[in-house]
Write a protein that binds this ligand. Structure first.
Ligand code: 5GP
Length: 176
Protein backbone atom coordinates (compact mmCIF):
# COMPACT_ATOMS: atom_id res chain seq x y z
CA UNK A 1 0.00 0.00 0.00
CA UNK A 2 2.60 2.57 1.03
CA UNK A 3 5.35 1.27 -1.27
CA UNK A 4 3.92 2.70 -4.49
CA UNK A 5 6.34 4.35 -6.89
CA UNK A 6 5.92 8.12 -6.71
CA UNK A 7 7.11 10.66 -9.24
CA UNK A 8 7.60 14.12 -7.69
CA UNK A 9 5.30 16.50 -9.51
CA UNK A 10 4.93 19.81 -7.66
CA UNK A 11 7.68 20.56 -5.15
CA UNK A 12 7.26 21.84 -1.62
CA UNK A 13 8.90 25.13 -2.70
CA UNK A 14 6.51 25.57 -5.66
CA UNK A 15 3.53 24.88 -3.40
CA UNK A 16 4.68 27.31 -0.71
CA UNK A 17 5.33 30.04 -3.30
CA UNK A 18 1.83 29.54 -4.73
CA UNK A 19 0.25 29.58 -1.27
CA UNK A 20 2.01 32.88 -0.56
CA UNK A 21 0.67 34.40 -3.80
CA UNK A 22 -2.87 33.16 -3.16
CA UNK A 23 -2.66 34.48 0.41
CA UNK A 24 -1.66 37.91 -0.86
CA UNK A 25 -4.53 37.92 -3.37
CA UNK A 26 -7.05 36.99 -0.69
CA UNK A 27 -5.54 39.50 1.75
CA UNK A 28 -6.13 42.28 -0.82
CA UNK A 29 -9.71 41.10 -1.25
CA UNK A 30 -10.58 40.74 2.45
CA UNK A 31 -8.27 43.06 4.43
CA UNK A 32 -10.29 44.58 7.29
CA UNK A 33 -13.18 42.15 6.71
CA UNK A 34 -14.41 39.17 8.68
CA UNK A 35 -14.10 35.94 6.74
CA UNK A 36 -15.18 32.36 7.36
CA UNK A 37 -12.60 30.04 5.80
CA UNK A 38 -14.09 26.60 5.12
CA UNK A 39 -11.71 23.64 4.98
CA UNK A 40 -13.01 20.73 2.93
CA UNK A 41 -11.92 17.57 4.76
CA UNK A 42 -9.98 15.57 4.49
CA UNK A 43 -7.91 16.48 1.42
CA UNK A 44 -7.52 20.23 1.86
CA UNK A 45 -6.36 20.23 5.50
CA UNK A 46 -2.71 20.92 4.67
CA UNK A 47 -3.34 23.51 1.96
CA UNK A 48 -5.93 25.15 4.20
CA UNK A 49 -3.65 25.39 7.22
CA UNK A 50 -0.90 27.02 5.12
CA UNK A 51 -3.34 29.28 3.27
CA UNK A 52 -5.13 30.71 6.33
CA UNK A 53 -1.74 31.64 7.78
CA UNK A 54 -0.95 33.51 4.56
CA UNK A 55 -4.13 35.64 4.68
CA UNK A 56 -4.14 38.83 6.73
CA UNK A 57 -7.85 39.22 7.61
CA UNK A 58 -10.15 38.38 10.55
CA UNK A 59 -10.64 34.68 9.89
CA UNK A 60 -12.75 32.10 11.64
CA UNK A 61 -12.28 28.45 10.70
CA UNK A 62 -14.98 25.96 9.73
CA UNK A 63 -14.71 22.37 8.56
CA UNK A 64 -16.85 20.59 5.98
CA UNK A 65 -16.29 16.85 5.66
CA UNK A 66 -17.10 15.15 2.37
CA UNK A 67 -16.11 11.86 0.83
CA UNK A 68 -16.29 11.34 -2.91
CA UNK A 69 -13.67 8.79 -3.94
CA UNK A 70 -14.28 6.07 -1.37
CA UNK A 71 -10.61 5.01 -1.48
CA UNK A 72 -10.28 4.41 -5.23
CA UNK A 73 -8.69 6.45 -7.99
CA UNK A 74 -11.68 7.58 -9.99
CA UNK A 75 -14.54 9.74 -8.85
CA UNK A 76 -17.76 7.98 -7.92
CA UNK A 77 -19.71 11.17 -8.59
CA UNK A 78 -21.43 10.64 -5.28
CA UNK A 79 -20.83 13.15 -2.49
CA UNK A 80 -21.30 11.96 1.06
CA UNK A 81 -21.29 14.57 3.83
CA UNK A 82 -19.31 13.26 6.81
CA UNK A 83 -19.21 16.50 8.82
CA UNK A 84 -21.38 19.59 8.39
CA UNK A 85 -20.33 23.17 9.24
CA UNK A 86 -20.61 23.80 12.97
CA UNK A 87 -21.86 27.43 12.64
CA UNK A 88 -24.18 29.34 10.31
CA UNK A 89 -22.52 31.34 7.52
CA UNK A 90 -25.53 33.53 6.73
CA UNK A 91 -24.48 37.12 5.95
CA UNK A 92 -20.77 36.25 6.08
CA UNK A 93 -17.94 36.27 3.56
CA UNK A 94 -17.08 32.62 2.95
CA UNK A 95 -13.88 31.30 1.37
CA UNK A 96 -14.29 27.66 0.36
CA UNK A 97 -10.94 25.86 0.24
CA UNK A 98 -10.68 22.63 -1.79
CA UNK A 99 -7.67 20.46 -2.52
CA UNK A 100 -8.48 19.47 -6.10
CA UNK A 101 -11.26 19.83 -8.65
CA UNK A 102 -11.50 16.76 -10.85
CA UNK A 103 -14.99 16.15 -12.33
CA UNK A 104 -16.26 19.31 -10.59
CA UNK A 105 -19.12 17.43 -8.94
CA UNK A 106 -17.86 17.85 -5.37
CA UNK A 107 -17.12 21.56 -5.76
CA UNK A 108 -20.52 22.19 -7.34
CA UNK A 109 -22.20 20.29 -4.51
CA UNK A 110 -20.26 22.30 -1.91
CA UNK A 111 -21.01 25.62 -3.63
CA UNK A 112 -24.72 24.78 -3.71
CA UNK A 113 -24.69 23.79 -0.07
CA UNK A 114 -22.95 27.00 1.05
CA UNK A 115 -25.04 29.28 -1.20
CA UNK A 116 -28.26 27.77 0.18
CA UNK A 117 -27.17 29.19 3.58
CA UNK A 118 -27.18 32.78 2.21
CA UNK A 119 -23.61 33.96 2.77
CA UNK A 120 -22.71 37.61 2.04
CA UNK A 121 -20.25 36.32 -0.57
CA UNK A 122 -18.68 33.03 -1.65
CA UNK A 123 -15.11 32.78 -2.93
CA UNK A 124 -13.94 29.40 -4.20
CA UNK A 125 -10.33 28.30 -4.24
CA UNK A 126 -8.70 25.00 -5.19
CA UNK A 127 -5.01 24.18 -5.05
CA UNK A 128 -5.31 21.92 -8.10
CA UNK A 129 -7.67 21.69 -11.05
CA UNK A 130 -7.80 19.03 -13.78
CA UNK A 131 -9.53 20.92 -16.63
CA UNK A 132 -9.60 17.80 -18.88
CA UNK A 133 -11.47 15.78 -16.26
CA UNK A 134 -14.37 18.20 -15.73
CA UNK A 135 -17.77 16.57 -16.24
CA UNK A 136 -19.81 19.61 -15.26
CA UNK A 137 -19.18 23.32 -15.61
CA UNK A 138 -17.41 24.48 -12.48
CA UNK A 139 -16.30 28.10 -12.12
CA UNK A 140 -13.51 28.68 -9.60
CA UNK A 141 -12.38 32.08 -8.36
CA UNK A 142 -8.79 31.02 -7.65
CA UNK A 143 -6.72 28.00 -8.73
CA UNK A 144 -3.17 27.15 -7.66
CA UNK A 145 -2.10 24.79 -10.45
CA UNK A 146 -3.90 23.36 -13.50
CA UNK A 147 -2.70 19.79 -14.00
CA UNK A 148 -3.29 16.97 -16.51
CA UNK A 149 -5.77 14.20 -15.83
CA UNK A 150 -3.39 12.08 -13.71
CA UNK A 151 -3.89 10.78 -10.19
CA UNK A 152 -1.78 12.65 -7.65
CA UNK A 153 -1.06 12.25 -3.94
CA UNK A 154 0.58 14.23 -1.16
CA UNK A 155 0.10 17.57 0.58
CA UNK A 156 -3.25 16.35 1.93
CA UNK A 157 -4.24 14.16 -1.03
CA UNK A 158 -4.40 10.42 -0.40
CA UNK A 159 -4.37 7.04 -2.02
CA UNK A 160 -6.50 4.71 0.11
CA UNK A 161 -5.89 6.96 3.11
CA UNK A 162 -2.09 7.14 2.76
CA UNK A 163 0.39 9.73 1.50
CA UNK A 164 -1.48 12.76 2.88
CA UNK A 165 1.57 13.67 4.96
CA UNK A 166 3.94 14.17 2.01
CA UNK A 167 5.00 17.84 1.91
CA UNK A 168 4.96 17.79 -1.92
CA UNK A 169 2.63 16.49 -4.67
CA UNK A 170 3.50 13.34 -6.61
CA UNK A 171 2.06 11.18 -9.36
CA UNK A 172 1.50 7.52 -8.51
CA UNK A 173 3.20 5.35 -11.13
CA UNK A 174 2.31 1.78 -10.20
CA UNK A 175 -1.22 1.27 -8.99
CA UNK A 176 -1.79 -2.23 -7.59
P1 5GP B 1 -14.57 15.66 -8.10
O1 5GP B 1 -15.89 15.65 -7.43
O2 5GP B 1 -14.16 17.01 -8.62
O3 5GP B 1 -14.48 14.60 -9.15
O4 5GP B 1 -13.51 15.18 -7.05
C1 5GP B 1 -13.09 15.94 -6.03
C2 5GP B 1 -12.45 15.09 -4.98
O5 5GP B 1 -11.90 13.86 -5.51
C3 5GP B 1 -11.28 15.81 -4.37
O6 5GP B 1 -11.68 16.60 -3.29
C4 5GP B 1 -10.35 14.67 -3.96
O7 5GP B 1 -10.70 14.21 -2.70
C5 5GP B 1 -10.64 13.60 -4.98
N1 5GP B 1 -9.65 13.60 -6.07
C6 5GP B 1 -9.82 14.02 -7.34
N2 5GP B 1 -8.69 13.88 -8.05
C7 5GP B 1 -7.79 13.34 -7.22
C8 5GP B 1 -6.40 12.96 -7.37
O8 5GP B 1 -5.75 13.09 -8.42
N3 5GP B 1 -5.81 12.47 -6.25
C9 5GP B 1 -6.45 12.30 -5.07
N4 5GP B 1 -5.76 11.80 -4.06
N5 5GP B 1 -7.74 12.65 -4.90
C10 5GP B 1 -8.39 13.16 -5.96
Amino acid sequence: MTNLSLKPYISEEQIQQKVKELGQTLTKKFKGEKVVAVCVLKGSFMFYSDLVRAIDADITCEFFGVASYHGGTSSSGEVKVTLDLASPVEGKHVVLVEDIVDTGLTMNYLKGSILSRNPKSLTTIALLEKPEALKVECQLDHVGFKIPNDFVVGYGLDYQGYYRNLPYIAQVQNFQ
